[in-house]
Design a protein around this ligand. Structure first.
Ligand code: SAM
Length: 331
């Protein structure tokens, strides 16, 4: 990178972070006029188009940026989000075609595999892979709490109330499974002697740590971690986490093993009215049928105590409905 291009790029970035998108876009374009293969400028122009809901050009720029650096996980992640936007704007056929080419070109890239499967509906994996989850939430961490507030996110509060209804003491060992930035902690802390959190995203965990409400936080994959914590918890809570799992049998089985006899498992998930047990949506999140959730709970040794329909949040200003579930591990 020559120093004059470097200076232009720094100036363009400064304008971008000052929210002067038109001026920033003009400078990124100026860089590309001098160096059409400038990867960061291609990516940045893609991001500006994405920010403006202009998903077709966003996708084009992300693809060009990937030609320059096929390993850049941020570009892969932004390409996935742009394809999601394209589908949302009604360009499903085009988005699917690009997603298939993306998957074929990067068969080893775990972000590409998950998001391309979400857009195409082909070869739906059992759950979101660890790299995809960690990358998505590491990137999302800084804006997570404010974004979720904008979306009227209610799962932590609803689960806190649900657990409170079904416990008779306040000296519990509680696991916040997929704790993220710790939004559930204020709703659980007063019930807990020990409050522990597990999550795959280091950046989300760093924010959870700052709350100083947890006794222990671990970076781990949930199902694996639960399998090593036999009969440890009185309560396991999973707020908006099971939407990263399609097949629920392994994670429900592991939660049953990690709970003490009569322990409670409280969680939210988003439901669909389809006949399929689970489905992967274009957002990269899974939805489940209520029948399937009940069936896997029973198979995993849980007795269902309550399953309430609730509005969990909004998406594109529309309500997202789901279930708030409390189940008890059978003794
Ligand atoms: C939408 S956030 C919800 C966070 C928090 N429970 C809340 O309600 O704010 C989902 C979280 O689940 C975590 N997660 C998803 N799949 C996971 C897995 N297999 N193991 C551990 N954490 C996982 C993500 O890293 C992310 O922080």
């Amino acid at each position: 990178m020559t120093s004059s291009i470097e200076k232009l790029y720094e100036e363009a970035d400064r304008l971008y972070y000052d929210d002067k998108l038109d001026e920033a876009a003009a400078l990124y374009q100026k860089i590309l006029d001098q160096d059409p293969e400038h990867q960061a400028a291609l990516h940045s122009l893609g991001i500006i188009h994405y920010d403006r809901d202009d998903y077709g050009p966003a996708v084009e720029y992300m693809l060009k940026a990937l030609e320059q650096d096929p390993e850049d996980i941020y570009v892969h992640s932004n390409l996935g989000k742009s394809l999601y936007g394209m589908v949302h704007m009604g360009e499903k056929k085009k988005a699917k075609k690009i997603a298939r080419q993306w998957m074929e070109s990067f068969p080893e890239n775990r972000i590409a595999l998950h998001m391309a499967a979400a857009v195409t509906g082909d070869e739906v994996p059992d759950r979101a892979n660890d790299d995809y989850v960690a990358q998505t939430f590491d990137e999302f961490a800084d804006t997570f709490d404010s974004k979720l507030e904008e979306l009227s996110y209610r799962a932590p509060e609803l689960l806190g109330e649900a657990v409170t209804r079904h416990v008779s003491e306040k000296d519990l060992r509680i696991l916040d499974a997929g704790c993220g930035t710790g939004l559930c902690a204020p709703h659980l802390r007063s019930l807990a002697r020990k409050l522990e959190g597990i999550d795959l995203s280091e950046e989300m965990l760093a924010l959870a740590r700052k709350r100083k409400l947890y006794d222990r936080l671990s970076r781990a994959e949930l199902t694996e971690a639960l399998q090593t914590r036999t009969k440890r918890y009185d309560v396991g809570v999973a707020a908006d986490v099971l939407c990263y799992f399609g097949d629920l049998s392994a994670v429900f089985g592991a939660m049953a093993a990690a709970l003490k006899a009569n322990g409670l498992f409280a969680f939210t998930l988003e439901t669909h009215g389809k006949s399929k047990d689970y489905d992967l949506g274009i957002s990269g999140r899974y939805t489940h049928s209520t029948k399937y959730v009940r069936q896997v709970l029973a198979q995993s040794g849980f007795e269902l105590i309550e399953a309430e329909d609730a509005q969990l949040r909004t998406e594109y200003a529309l309500p997202v409905m789901g279930l708030v579930v409390v189940a008890r591990k059978q003794a």
